[in-house]
Design a protein around this ligand. Structure first.
Ligand code: ADP
Length: 470
């Protein structure tokens, strides 16, 4: 029998154990999809306070073992990375410790990995440690590393004075190592030392090589562009599927789309909106942050509210947006439903009931919302950036193609124009139905993404060190 590929997948958050964002969804799904392709994949994550397991391990799916790094002083806290007041001041120590422990866990379990797959800055020290502290260790002689960047806006930057806590030689604190404008940059270390880098969509992998999206690392990323790929995240259609969704009152597929409109009436009733299945319902589910395009939505929100439509928002985040939407709620009570909270059930009802889903992001490494909304036949209106550009194809009336509406300029008027285009097609029921059909047929399942990762693993293993570090 051929030897099974051994992959150690390391992440600071993994759904269903701990989650603050999209990284957890990926780390909870990709290893399972890889295991189904025959990979011997194990996962390592910190043992946070809320995680209840017997001993120091758990499972993803039936077969993927998850090892927990246990250090109560570092990880038994109320939050993963910081309180609402700010990041924990010892995050460098916490994740340096976690990254080193990964090597010990591999040894304790006699799991000599072909690949260690790291994610974001919290595990970006692993490639650094492999090539320094563990360089001579025969247990990791054939191990290669991959670093996936889920969001370059978070790099793990710390004062120079913290550098000794990493346990690395000062010679690494230079421009070709972890130094970044006089500070320590952990993500930079990962980019320099990993054998290969990926991002979570092809377009984002190009964008981060530019000044606008590179946050100071664009030069380094361009230097490593031969070893940089974008692989789109998938979504789990067992979890996100209007035919199986346990939360929505009426399950549906394209063939029973009338149920979508019954769900819509239920939601209108539940949220105090006027009950009318024909009124276009615009939905947005998001962190209320500038990244998500709230700053271009804000100036046109009143214009939208005066139009013949309904608007439902679910989100939490920046105080300014809480205040803005509170005012909108008071001014347009029957036309808007403003929900300033995190609510997984309401999110599903919105995906199932809205007609149009807004994602006007300034940047979007991959984005899940648009993929979910497509599956639920809710037409996305998105800015053409990152993963949004790779998944949403602009509607083209002449050829009757596309699955949503895109706009390019990061401006309120461009967003408004795209919404108006969507509304005009909405009024033409036949075209709208064909658009919904194409949206629901799109396939962004994990299987497709996992196959690409597998191909990458083999490519990295087949390439000699000298070629990888040209
Ligand atoms: P990001 O990870 O940058 O926040 P994504 O689009 O990749 O953005 O993923 C966000 C996910 O979180 C989506 O599945 C979205 O439905 C969900 N979500 C965001 N805000 C809320 C909220 N307030 N309540 C429920 N779900 C939310």
């Amino acid at each position: 029998m051929a030897k099974r590929l051994k992959v150690l997948y390391v992440s600071s958050e993994v759904e269903p154990f701990a989650k603050t964002g999209g990284l957890a969804d990926v780390a909870g799904s990709l290893p399972v999809a890889l295991e189904k392709l025959g990979v011997d994949v194990r996962v390592v994550m910190p043992h946070y306070k809320n995680i209840k397991v017997n001993g120091n391990r758990g499972f993803l799916g039936k077969n993927v073992i998850v090892y927990f790094v246990n250090h109560p002083e570092y990880f038994h806290r109320d939050y993963l990375y910081g309180t609402p007041e700010g990041d924990y001041p010892d995050n460098l120590e916490r994740f340096a410790y976690f990254s080193k422990e990964i090597f010990n866990i591999a040894k304790e379990n006699n799991f000599s990995p072909d690949i260690i797959h790291c994610n974001d800055w919290q595990t970006a020290l692993v490639p650094v440690y492999l090539k320094t502290i563990f360089n001579e260790d025969p247990f990791f002689k054939n191990t290669k590393t991959i670093l996936t960047i889920h969001n370059l806006a978070y790099q793990g930057i710390f004062p120079k004075e913290h550098f000794p806590l990493l346990g690395l030689d000062w010679s690494l604190f230079n421009i070709d190592g972890l130094e970044f404008y006089g500070k320590v940059n952990i993500m930079k270390g990962g980019i320099v030392f990993s054998d290969f880098i990926t991002t979570v969509s092809p377009t984002y992998s190009k964008e981060i090589q530019t000044k606008e999206f590179g946050y100071g690392l664009e030069g380094l990323l361009t230097k490593r562009k031969e070893n940089l790929w974008g692989i789109l995240n998938g979504i789990d259609y067992e979890v996100w599927n209007p035919l199986k969704d346990p939360v929505i009152p009426f399950k549906y597929s394209f063939n029973t789309l009338q149920n979508k409109y019954v769900n819509k009436e239920y939601l209108q009733l539940e949220t105090g909106l006027e009950i009318n299945k024909d009124k276009p319902l615009l939905g947005i589910i998001t962190r209320l942050a500038d990244q998500k395009g709230l700053d271009i939505l804000a100036p046109i929100i009143e214009t939208l509210c005066k139009m013949d439509l309904q608007f439902i928002l679910l989100g939490t985040g920046d105080k300014v947006y809480h205040e803005l939407f509170e005012k909108i709620k008071v001014k347009y009570p029957r036309k808007t439903s403003i929900n300033l909270k995190f609510d997984a059930e309401l999110a599903r009802k919105i995906y199932a009931s809205a007609d149009i889903f807004l994602m006007p992001s300034r940047f979007e490494p991959c984005g899940l919302g648009q993929m979910i909304s497509l599956k639920y036949g809710t037409i996305p209106v998105v800015r053409k950036t990152g993963g949004l550009a790779d998944t949403v194809i602009d509607y083209e009336p002449r050829s009757d193609t596309g699955n949503g509406f895109t706009f390019t300029a990061y401006e309120s008027l461009s967003l408004l124009e795209a919404i108006k285009r969507a509304l005009s097609v909405y009024r033409d029921k036949k075209s709208w139905m064909r658009l919904i059909k194409r949206a629901m047929e799109a396939d962004f399942s994990w299987k497709v993404s996992a196959e690409k990762y597998l191909r990458l693993y083999y490519q990295v293993l087949a390439t000699s060190d000298s070629l990888l570090h040209l």
